[in-house]
Structures are given as structure tokens and as C-alpha cells.
Design a binder for this molecule. Structure first.
Ligand code: SAM
Length: 224
């Protein structure tokens, strides 16, 4: 998160990211935060208490950032648990989350997290796709990246988030840059014409054609 577009956004203070190590809130000296599952079965489960304490710490940091008193109530902080059992993450959700002032992302590990703490603190269960990873850190970074680039000022050209894939249930049109001819393949002539109306028409058509070929489900609205 410290390099490229995200790194520059953090440097410009357009957004900030704080990581909290759940192990720091372990009740033992070894930083152990997992235990065997009740009822038996494979793997380990993350215990509720260290996660709850980490959550309270996150709220404390948000209060400090907002200049609120320690006893001031803080409600409606979006708390997202990254889990393969969640709603599959979509651009539409990224847009929704980008409106939030603060977001807490909870990353699980091992077999997952004790259900009781999830019931207490989680507002959204989000999956990044129908496959299982070893931990929630990569999904959290995927979510952070897609939300961050929608924060005004993060992209040099705010327009690009408007026309790109998924913004209106279609995939973006194909892109070309110099040279005009590469390996005997020429850039579509209309893009060299400077005729804005024709270019717009070509792009709209190319975008629809591409969506129909690759993601017809988007056009039928089924994936939303
Ligand atoms: N036992 C869980 C199940 O079957 O649903 C899977 C646990 S997974 C091995 C460990 C952690 O990785 C999860 O708690 C979650 O935080 C994260 N994770 C794995 N796959 C994910 C996905 N597709 N999307 C979001 N988070 C995921």
C-alpha cells in the first residue's frame, strides 16, 4: 500500500491506513489467539476476545482521529469481515464503501473466527471470489485498493473511474497507445481521426460487444 497510486494518496493524506495486529491483544505471553474448535474437526479457530479488543482499539483510533472524547459513542462504523462466505465484492460495493469516512476490515486466518464476535461487531461479510485463501489480508488489500482509487483526488484523472469496466454494467472498450502499427496490427482508424463523436460511438459499441462476448451476465444484470 506504500507504493504507486496508493502510496502517493497516503503521502498526500487523501487517505490513511492503520494495521492492528490481533496477536498484540492476546491474553497470553506467546501471542496465541487461536484454539481448537468446539465439536471437533480440522484446524484452529480464532478466539473472540483478542478480536474484540482489537476492534475496541480500532474504535479508539477512529475517535482520536475524529477528535472525539473517549466516552463519546461511535456508531455505524462499517466493519467488514473478509470471508469466502460473504457477498461477492463488486465495483458497486466499492463505490458504496468509498463514501464512508472510516472502515474497519477484519482478516481471519486458520479455519476462521469464533462466530460470537462476528455477530457482535461485523456489519458486512464480504468475499473476493468463490475460492478459499489462507487469510483475509490479501482480500483486505483488494478491497482497500478498489475503494481508495474512488476517493476524490487519488487518481490523477477522476474521469477514468467513470468510464471504466463495471461503471455502467459493461466492460471498458479496448485501449491503444503508440506506436500506430505493432507487429502488423494497426490501431483502429477512428481513434486516430480526432473526431470525438465517432470515437465515442466506436467505444460504446466496442464496450457492448466486449461485454456480450466476455460477460453477458453483466448485461442481463444477473451479477448485480
Ligand atoms: N473455514 C472457512 C470456510 O470454509 O468458510 C475458510 C477459512 S479461510 C482458510 C481463512 C480466512 O481467510 C477467512 O477467515 C477469511 O478471512 C479469509 N478468506 C479466505 N478466502 C477468502 C475469500 N474468498 N474472500 C475473503 N476472505 C477470504
Amino acid at each position: 500500500m506504500k507504493v504507486s497510486i496508493m502510496g502517493r494518496a497516503i503521502e498526500k493524506q487523501l487517505l490513511s491506513i492503520t494495521t492492528i495486529n490481533i496477536r498484540d491483544f492476546a491474553a497470553n505471553r506467546h501471542g496465541k489467539v487461536d484454539d481448537y474448535p468446539y465439536g471437533g474437526g480440522a484446524g484452529m479457530v480464532m478466539q473472540p476476545e483478542p478480536i474484540y479488543q482489537s476492534y475496541l482499539h480500532a474504535l479508539k483510533l477512529i475517535r482520536e482521529k475524529r477528535g472525539l472524547a473517549a466516552d463519546e459513542e461511535l456508531t455505524n462504523i462499517r466493519t467488514i469481515y473478509l470471508t469466502p462466505q460473504g457477498r461477492v465484492f463488486k465495483q458497486k460495493m466499492a463505490k458504496e464503501f468509498a463514501k464512508e469516512e472510516d472502515i474497519i476490515l477484519l482478516c481471519g486466518h486458520y479455519e476462521g473466527v469464533d462466530e460470537r464476535v462476528l455477530e457482535l461487531i461485523v456489519t458486512d461479510h464480504i468475499s473476493i471470489g468463490d475460492y478459499v485463501l489462507t487469510g483475509g489480508e490479501l482480500p483486505a488489500m483488494v478491497v482497500m485498493d478498489s475503494i481508495s482509487r474512488l476517493v476524490p483526488g487519488v487518481l490523477n484523472n477522476d474521469d477514468s473511474a467513470e468510464t471504466e469496466s463495471f461503471s455502467d454494467n459493461t466492460l471498458e472498450y479496448p485501449q491503444y497507445t503508440r506506436p500506430v502499427i505493432f507487429m502488423e496490427r494497426t490501431v483502429p482508424e477512428v481513434l486516430l481521426s480526432g473526431h470525438h463523436k465517432n470515437i465515442e460511438h466506436w467505444r460504446k459499441e466496442a464496450s457492448l460487444k466486449r461485454t456480450l462476448e466476455r460477460r453477458p451476465d453483466l448485461l442481463s444484470g444477473k451479477s448485480y
